[in-house]
Design a protein around this ligand. Structure first.
Ligand code: DGY
Length: 344
């Protein structure tokens, strides 16, 4: 590995860090000044064996949500003292195992809230007003003179006056609810805990079932944990009013994708805007790819220049804190027995 990716000779006074990808912004340069940083050199993510091999000597691991950090990896990397993920979600990390081993796991909540809410809203608007379909139609030369202004061309749905169901009233759910209220929507919410939703007049709190039945539009903002995996199965999707529009910027496996495809084909769900999928990258053979009424984006909820740079900064702060045996600014697990510091 070249450039700042690898430094030789090694300075034994500094902790070894392995990062699975170079990140936007100056954060990794800062990390390189305080550690022996190695960065995975390929544009593709490392596979599990490659990651285990590359991180074998590392005390700190900076990873992305496409890197599986599990018991086998911890076993292969006995010097690991901190894991820092450049993501808010940590479903790719075996938190229980990390906790058992006394390894704190950093993540990046807060900094990506508004950016992800913006993408959820972009998908909501795109799906309801058939923006991607319109784009495809124009590019394919199907906007023909006989349809110059066709009163029935690509009729969509208004947000104004409709009810948006929000599943999960964490920071991102609350930010989406606030945007919905500004668009004149009613907001129905299902969440484990109730909280103030500033900017949302009279949110309709309810059970999952009540919320689904109210949701002409639905936006998902839940973490992927065992209780939410497959939460939106065929039966629950069937509770949405006919013609509902669904947006998912959280995690794909929360929705039963096969059931969603059936609901989109039957028209029970009129359209969907999806940024996340059961398998990522979404295989081209997925039936979602051939459905006209679906807007697809490649897991870019947090993908603005400024936000990705802030995520990198926060991930580096978490990592350095762990290496220096300070509490992580944002720690996803509770670690009581941090392992002894092997760094001089
Ligand atoms: C996250 O951080 O968990 C998002 O899914 C990607 O930014």
């Amino acid at each position: 590995m070249g450039g700042p990716h690898a430094r030789t000779p090694r300075n034994p006074a500094r902790p070894r860090v392995f990062a699975t990808r170079w990140l936007p912004g100056p954060a990794l340069e800062r990390l390189a000044e305080r550690s022996e940083l190695r960065v995975w050199p390929e544009p593709r993510p490392p596979g599990p064996a490659e990651l285990a091999d590359a991180a074998r000597e590392a005390e700190g691991l900076l990873c992305l949500l496409c890197d599986r950090v599990d018991a086998a990896l911890f076993e292969a990397c006995p010097r690991l003292r901190v894991v820092s993920s450049v993501s808010v979600g940590v479903d790719h990390i075996d938190l229980e195992e990390a906790t058992r081993r006394g390894i704190p796991v950093g993540h990046t909540p807060g900094v990506l809230t508004e950016t992800t809410a913006e993408l959820a809203f972009a998908l909501l608007l795109a799906a309801s007003r058939r923006v991607a379909e319109g784009d495809r139609l124009v590019r394919a030369g199907r906007w023909t003179p006989d349809r110059a202004w066709d009163p029935e061309l690509l009729l969509g749905r208004d947000l104004l006056g409709a009810t948006l169901g929000v599943l999960g009233a964490g920071a991102i759910g609350a930010a989406v609810a606030r945007r919905a209220a500004a668009f004149g929507m009613r907001v129905a919410v299902w969440s484990r805990t109730r909280r103030e939703l500033p900017g949302v007049p009279e949110p309709l709190w309810g059970s999952l079932e009540e919320t689904l039945r109210r949701s002409e539009f639905l936006s998902i903002h839940l973490p992927l944990v065992p209780e939410t995996r497959g939460l939106l199965d065929a039966a629950r999707l069937g509770m949405l009013p006919r013609g509902a529009i669904l947006v998912n910027t959280a995690r794909g496996p929360i929705v039963d994708e096969a059931a969603l495809v059936r609901a989109l084909e039957s028209g029970h769900i009129a359209a969907a805007g999806l940024d996340v999928f059961g398998t990522e990258p979404l295989p081209l053979e997925s039936p979602l790819v051939r459905l006209e009424n679906v807007v697809l984006t490649p897991h870019i909820g947090s993908a603005s220049l400024a936000t990705r740079a802030r995520m990198a900064e926060l991930a580096v702060e978490n990592l350095l804190a762990g290496l220096e045996r300070r509490p992580l600014p944002h720690c996803a697990n509770t670690v009581s027995n941090s392992r002894p510091n092997t760094i001089p």
